[in-house]
Design a protein around this ligand. Structure first.
Ligand code: ADP
Length: 462
């Protein structure tokens, strides 16, 4: 059996080894999960939610250690670990605890004339064993939120966390143990893509996947053979649109946050910024100043952490070099030829970028902000929608009528007007993408009901 090495990307320090789950174990995991399902699915929602409340208390008790674990494993700054990874998970638990009963209790429906005298309702039946495969950029939130949603519905869960952040994966396992969940209601499979593939090819009733488009396609193919449903949360190439009548200072701060938070390793980050030509130069100066003030590091007062995954650093390097070779200008940041071996990459702003360049088409998932001028509303909508992705987008204008008109025409799962990716922070809103950004939604009502079959029941009193 192999081990996963926990390496702090910011320091290179080797922290621990985590034992990989043996591929021989897959069937046993599913058998145990099915056995545990028998009892777990029969508990009342209130009883199941009590375990989720315990989990919340355990997280709160371990907060400092948890934040440190995320920082050490991922290289992000502590504020981001707290605000963008741990807090949304706690919010998610609160949402589920508050609304699961309303969403998953039987719902009466009207009876048509044809069925007069009979009662009709919808019942929510858990699917069974849910396999959740999670990524490394928000290793806590993107594991916890689908897990608790599936558990509330009466499913048992197998989590396969990312091998790039195995320390957090192992920590989640310890948190669930501490919270006192019944045996085998939640199980953990540690390892890389071979382990992910073996569990996908095992016996799940539902797969919830967050990760790359490439892996999403593989999982969807396996699921198609088995005729099992999936949710796929994949990549993004989010447009950030700034009209001349926007509050430019605020838009510039928003763009810098949206492009460089989590070192740009965010599916909802601003990956291409379109600015109306008349304010292009002014906006460029504003974002440059703002970016040059950013402090790199993983200390409490740092702004931008390290990148997490060496493979990703190489992808960013390749994409930036390609853009520079095609005429883009590096306005701030360090030329990739001069990067050092550390995982810290100074945020880069690129001007002279054309919408047709790869840097505006392929996801780079790193600290880069390419800026493209546009002339008309029609042109920028065309640019924004000319993408294989459709996850998030952002529109900045003081004319809210115009901003709403543009928002309605953007082919994305979310639009934030005069804001960055905050829609994800409201658990009442659905989250998910269109086109190659994914299939399905979670958070909100959908986040709970996707993990259940809707069963139609008609009763005649006889
Ligand atoms: P990234 O390249 O950004 O790490 P991946 O899509 O490769 O994104 O990884 C996301 C998650 O999917 C990780 O937990 C990873 O181990 C898992 N994974 C990778 N390949 C497969 C596969 N073929 N089948 C199932 N899971 C996989």
């Amino acid at each position: 059996m192999g081990v996963l090495k926990v390496i702090n990307p910011a320091t290179g320090e080797h922290l621990e080894d985590i034992e990989e789950t043996s591929l021989q174990e897959v069937d046993a995991y599913y058998s145990r999960a099915r056995e545990a399902f028998k009892k777990w699915s029969q508990l009342s929602i209130d009883e199941r939610l009590r375990y989720l409340k315990n989990l919340k208390h355990t997280i709160l008790e371990q907060m400092d250690e948890l934040v440190q674990t995320i920082v050490q494993d991922n290289g992000k700054v502590p504020t981001e670990a707290l605000i963008a990874d741990v807090m949304p998970s706690l919010d998610g638990i609160d949402y589920v605890v508050k609304y699961a009963k309303r969403e998953l209790s039987p719902k009466k429906v009207n009876t048509p004339l044809l069925l007069i005298g009979k009662k009709s309702y919808i019942e929510y039946m858990p699917r069974g064993v849910v396999l959740i495969i999670s990524p490394w950029n928000y290793p806590f939130q993107l594991s916890i939120v689908p897990m608790i949603s599936a558990l509330a519905g009466g499913n048992t869960v197998i989590l396969k966390p990312s091998e790039v952040t195995p320390y957090v994966g192992k920590y989640i396992e310890k948190l669930f143990q501490k919270a006192g969940f019944p045996e085998h209601v939640v199980q953990f499979a540690h390892g890389g893509k071979e382990v992910g593939a073996a569990f996908t090819n095992g016996n799940p009733d539902y797969i919830f996947f967050t990760g790359s488009v490439r892996t999403g396609r593989i999982i969807q193919k396996v699921a198609a053979e088995k005729l099992i449903p999936t949710t796929l949360e994949l990549g993004g190439k989010d447009p950030f649109i700034v009209f001349a009548d926007a509050n430019l200072e605020r838009a510039a701060k928003g763009a810098v946050w949206a492009a460089f938070t989590n070192t740009g390793q965010v599916c909802m980050s601003a990956e291409r910024v379109y600015v109306e030509k008349t304010v292009y130069e002014k906006f460029l100066q504003l974002v440059k100043e703002e970016t040059e003030n950013l402090v790199l590091g993983t200390a409490r007062d740092s702004d931008v952490g390290s990148m997490t995954y060496p493979v990703q650093k190489e992808i960013v390097k390749k994409q930036v070099l390609d853009a520079l070779q095609h005429g883009a200008k590096l306005e701030t940041g360090i030329h990739p030829d001069e990067w050092d071996d550390s995982m810290f990459v100074r945020p880069m702003i690129l001007s002279n970028v054309k919408h047709e360049m790869d840097i505006c088409r392929e996801e780079f998932f790193g600290p880069v902000m390419p800026i493209v001028p546009f002339e008309t509303e029609e042109e920028v909508i065309k640019f924004a929608n000319d993408s294989k992705y459709g996850l998030n987008s952002s529109v900045w204008s003081s004319d809210l009528q115009k901003a709403r008109r543009v928002a309605s025409q953007l082919i994305t799962g979310a639009v934030n007007i005069n804001e960055v990716a905050v829609s994800v922070a409201n658990h009442h809103l659905p989250f998910g993408g269109v086109k190659e950004s994914g299939i399905g939604r979670y958070h909100g009502s959908a986040g709970l009901t996707i993990f259940c079959h809707e069963k139609a029941i008609v009763v005649d009193s006889g």
